[in-house]
Design a protein around this ligand. Structure first.
Ligand code: CA
Ligand code: CA
Length: 102
């Protein structure tokens, strides 16, 4: 059960990972539809945390991390790049570290 601002984002049954992602999106961007949704993954940059390949670490990278990788084991080169703190799992700390770069 949910009530209050943005409650419409939590209707029906949700997996706890999806609930976490939505809460983080709302906390980071104030909306379930953040502006950087148009970004795409690019593997040309070797900069840790830069997963859209624009050679800077910003909220677009944090958004991609949230929506695509959170909760996944970091075993590919791209996932290792997203695992900013290097603990082997893509988690909220990685998103927070990316957001510190903004
Ligand atoms: Ca970037
Ligand atoms: Ca991590």
């Amino acid at each position: 059960m949910v009530y209050g601002l943005e409650a419409e984002n939590f209707r029906g049954f949700m997996h706890h990972i999806d609930t976490s992602k939505m809460i983080a999106k709302l906390m980071l961007f104030g909306s379930s539809e953040p502006a950087p949704a148009k970004v795409k993954i690019c593997e040309t940059s070797n900069l840790k945390g830069d997963i859209n390949g624009d050679f800077s670490v910003d909220d677009s990278d944090a958004y991609l991390t949230l929506t695509l990788f959170l909760g996944e084991i970091a075993d590919t080169e791209l996932e290792k790049k997203v695992d900013v703190d290097g603990n082997g799992v893509i988690d909220f700390k990685d998103v927070a570290l990316i957001m510190q770069e903004v």
